[in-house]
Structures are given as C-alpha cells and as structure tokens.
Design a binder for this molecule. Structure first.
Ligand code: PY5
Length: 304
C-alpha cells in the first residue's frame, strides 16, 4: 500500500521534513539487512490519540537490537517520547508508527560493531493492511513453500529487517498464486505464522495458536488477543500445529498491528467459511479495546 505523506519524520533526535529524511546508498543496513524495526498503531479515542501498547513495542525494539548486538543510543523512555512527538507532529488522530534503528554510513565491512546506529520514526495514515474487506469477509491463505527461518539461522524473535526477505518471498508466492496471504511452516514442519501476522485457530471451542518455540514472532496483538480471550472465558492454548490443523479448523484468523484481527476464509482452498462466532467476538473486543472503549484494558493505551 502506498504512503500518504505526513509533514515530519523523527531522525536521530529531531523532526525533519518528510522529503528530507534520507540516507546514503552506502548505509550498512541497506546492504546487509542489519536493521530492527517496529510497527505500532495510534487510534483515535475519546481522550485523544492513543498509541496502543507503545512501551511494549519499544521494549521489543530494544530486545531486537540486543539480539543482533546493536546498541541503540536512546533509552526506552526517550524512544517512547520520540514516538509520541512524531504522532503529535503528524497531527493525526490515528496512524501507523514505524520506528527503525539501522546501521548507518561509515563502515561497509560485515562486522557491524564499529557502525553508527541511526534511529528514525515515521508516522502516516494506514488503512487495513489486508484491505478493508478483509476485516469483515476474511482472507484466503496459502501455505508457503518457503519455511520460516530457523532460529539458529537467524534470531527470529528479532524484528530484523534482513529477516523479512523470508516473509517477502512467501508473500510474493501467495499473491502471484492468487491468495491474500501466506502461512509459513518452520523447518520441522510445524505452523509458525504468516508473513507479517500471527495465526490462531479455533478447534472444538478452544482457541489455539502456535508456541513461540515454533518460530512465531511474539506478537503484541497475539498477546492482547490471548489476554482478551481468557478474560472472556475462552480456553486458550499454545501448541505445535500441523498444516492439517489449519485445514480442519472450525475458525481461523490472523493478528498483527498492521492487519489487526482478520478472519481466514480458507487455507490452501480448504474452506473454513464465514468468520465464526469466537473470531467475531475477539475482533470486536480488540477494536473496542484499541479505541479505548473497554475500561479493563485502558492501561494498554499511551496517550500521545
Ligand atoms: N509476525 C511477523 C513476522 C510480523 O512482522 C508481525 C508484525 C507480527 C507477527 C505481529 O506482531 P504484532 O502483533 O506485534 O504487530 N508485522 C508488522 C506490523 O506492523 C509489519 C507488517 C507489514 O503489523
């Protein structure tokens, strides 16, 4: 989806005009994929624009950096404030926020340790990642022929830029084959996740999602949905899933900051059908939560 520009981007401590937020072609991360990033959403609430679980996202950014031995020159608090500043500067009530820390210009050898670490944060209006219709009607997904990277090949718990070549390959394969999204299995053949979302199924009234040990990213939406589901009284389990568990699911959906909660209509043309009752309830409660309409989860909102 294309960008809708906003006025400013936060770069290394200051807001600069959108078109001037540039990097050199010899930026280390451009060559080797040595960056870490986050995807965060801000929602309009009755009390003003609220960034959903901002501190949790910044903590995951810092964890991602630790995993690749990158030292981000800002504290958790400074990064939280910088995101809020960027949101305020955008003038938007609701937007997507994309912080990225990357290794900059100055070193081009593979050893990243001497590199300068740059940080930027952009915010722009971003509609439903898988299309408006995806939220109501659901999406058709394909199991990718690409496997989710093994945790001993890349630290898959890091939201690392280079790791996303894996997701992009799977996405292209799915889209070129006429599907909306792909699900990746891990190298042992267990279900890991989608290209930019976690996956859930409902089986005999139980909500099940792959364990993090399967290689899935520790999604913040995944965590929110598990919490909401337990509070609603549903039985929630993390298990290793095989592809047939997806084919035989009573309901299925995917979760992510950009995508939100999206029902899955079919997997490899095995029809799951219209969004089921649990899917609809969780989607509805999640959307009410991020909009500040559920008292119980107000702690998840950080006002810009
Ligand atoms: N798995 C992967 C590989 C992801 O990239 C994402 C988020 C998730 C799971 C879900 O994590 P969370 O719930 O914390 O967002 N993807 C990004 C996003 O902003 C990028 C999408 C283009 O949703």
């Amino acid at each position: 989806m294309p960008f809708e520009k906003t006025e400013k981007i936060w770069m290394d401590g200051e807001l600069v005009p959108w078109d001037e937020a540039r990097v050199h072609v010899l930026t280390h991360s451009l060559h080797y994929g040595s960056g870490v990033f986050e995807g965060i959403r801000t929602y309009a609430t009755a009390d003003g624009p609220a960034v959903f679980r901002l501190t949790d996202h910044i903590e995951r950014l810092l964890d991602s950096a630790k995993l690749i031995m990158m030292e981000i020159p800002y504290s958790r608090e400074e990064l939280v404030e910088a995101c809020k500043l960027t949101v305020r500067a955008s003038g938007l009530d609701s937007c997507y926020v994309r912080p990225i820390a990357f290794l900059g210009y100055g070193e081009i050898g593979l050893n990243p340790l001497p590199c300068t670490v740059n940080v930027s944060i952009a915010a722009w209006p971003w509609g439903a990642y898988l299309g408006e219709a995806s939220l109501a009607k659901g999406v058709r997904v394909k199991i990718s022929s690409w496997r989710r990277m093994d945790p001993n090949i890349n630290p898959v718990a890091a939201k690392g830029t280079g790791i996303y070549i894996n997701s992009s390959l799977a996405k292209v394969e799915a889209v070129k084959s006429g599907y909306d999204e792909a699900i990746l299995l891990n190298t042992q053949g267990f279900v890991a996740e989608c290209t930019g979302e976690n996956v859930f199924i409902v089986r005999d009234g139980v909500l099940v999602t792959p364990t993090l040990a399967s290689g899935a990213l520790a999604g913040i939406t995944r965590d929110s949905i598990m919490t909401i589901a337990r509070d609603l009284g549903y039985d929630v389990r993390e298990e290793q899933l095989l592809r047939h568990d997806l084919y035989l699911a009573d309901e299925a959906f995917l979760t992510g900051t950009a995508a939100e909660v999206v029902p899955i209509r079919s997997v490899d043309d095995r029809v799951i059908g219209d969004p089921g009752e649990m899917t609809r309830k969780l989607q509805e409660t999640y959307l009410a939560t991020v909009r500040g309409q559920v008292e119980r989860y107000k702690d998840w909102l950080e006002y810009a």
